[in-house]
Design a protein around this ligand. Sequence first.
Ligand code: CU
Length: 589
Amino acid sequence: MPLLRSFPGKGIRLNSVDTSRAGAGSRFDLAGCRAAAALIATVALCLLLAPSAFAKEDRGLQSASYPDLTTYSCRSEALPIQPGQNLNLFGITKTCPNAQVESGTGDTSPFAPGSDAEGYITRFRPSMVEIEGDGSTRTPSVWDLHLHHVVWLKPGGGPTFASGEEKTEVKLPQGYGNLVDGDANWGLNYMVHNLTAEGGRSIYITWEIDWVPATPGRTDINAANVQWLDVAGAPQVYPVFDAERGFDRDGDGKFVFPDDVPTDPSVPGFEERQKISENSEWTVPAGGRTLVFGAGHLHPGGTSVDLEVARDGPDAGNIDGDDPSEVRPLFHSGAKYYEPAGAVSWDVSMEATRPDWRIHLKGGDTVSIDATYDVKKASWYESMGILPLAVANVNDPAARDPFDDEAEVRAMYEKGGILTHGRLPENIDKKADKDLGLPDPRDLKSGKRVPKSGIDIDGFRYMLGGYSAFRNYPSERMKPPTIRPGGTVNFTNTEALPGMPDEEQAWHSITSCEAPCNRGSGIGYPLANGPVKFDSGQLGFGTFTSSEVTTGTNTYTTPKLPKQGKTYTYFCRIHPFMRGSVRTTGKKN
Ligand SMILES: [Cu+2]
């Protein structure tokens, strides 16, 4: 559970509606959540597998059905969003706060305060809506406000449901559900990204659930708990890594984390080694377990999360997977990009396991995941690779062993997955790459010399040679300031000062992009694809769970910009409308 590991003693802020910064009473220690993490209900082997209702795969993965299933919509309290916000926050929530019945026979009493109702969540659909001035809600577009990540932490069970802007749905197969108390307190870790400088906004995090009451003696459903597999994280809190151009080892344009991370400190990408999480692997407990569902989570640039298992074989070594014959692939969670430009946006859905995918593993088997990113076109910073795996402690007659029933498991693997949902209108990257009619910075006259103090960032603008990707931005202010060839440029983010409350800081990056870098902003434009690769990280002084989101400083120096007479362009990854340029003196070659 990478998100929890380094919290003890630190305390965690409540819902960000509580803007008081310290008060011990406003903190919630999630450390105790770990204690019962291994709790996996033991359920008798009584499975009533319903006839397959999944023929129409083109509609995406279908959800399971039960006679007494009720669909509820749930939502958080209102969460304020600061200008340019990218805070990593923790709060507490309930199983289904502000519950409303969407369909089915039940009422909202299971979620009432003091309720002792238990039930199975068999489907979970995450999203986020913005609250308008009149109280109505609408789903914001990805180029405006987006869900970087949100994780629901089950009491005693750790991270259980999770989402980014791709909004992967959990749809457990017939016969399985996540058993929870209706009135439970959950942890909620959320990072909502405001790509604009606009303040005074607020959102709800929303989730829709299918709920099946856990009535005594029920035999048609078994408990499945989540084994959280995450390629990056623990011991760091913020579970991300960088996938950069230049990290590709074999020329296929891909970077596979953690497999491709070099062991040689002189090889590019070695610095990512410290970000590999111990939670990228899981050892199956004694008695074995049945895997029933999985679906990957990625960020833009990601193309798949892959699940495999290793078991020690009759070779000389006695470690799982020390010989290639001891490894079997279990599932390839592919990313389907609707975005015509490919893996450069959040316009994507992920494949989940099929309804009949069942894998039985023996105690001691080692399950692991890796995440693949396309690093041909651009670098990807703060990337994720997660696959929450639903695991049951039952003997499911449909389950197959990857080594004993090799051909059948191979067939399941090769059949691949099913998308959990279709294209989401809010994820269409409409604003990116639009021609705004701005001049090409390379064609503008040179501006002043960059002063010794460098370039300040203030008011969501690079103060010298900076421009905003808005129509009619004055070209006079876009003139590239100059440095000598081989020189560097210092930047200072004056909107983040030591000791300033997180929500008052604005964190910015300086990230190289390929010139002209003057088109419309979104997720897919600009890309981190400049000829000299650089990225400052998020300059600022985040505290608590945002501490690893920021660099802990507000200054940055670029690498040397070598070529004479060249205009180098850059942008802010957090607020991609922020652009800037700098030019080296001398004649172009
Ligand atoms: Cu910025």
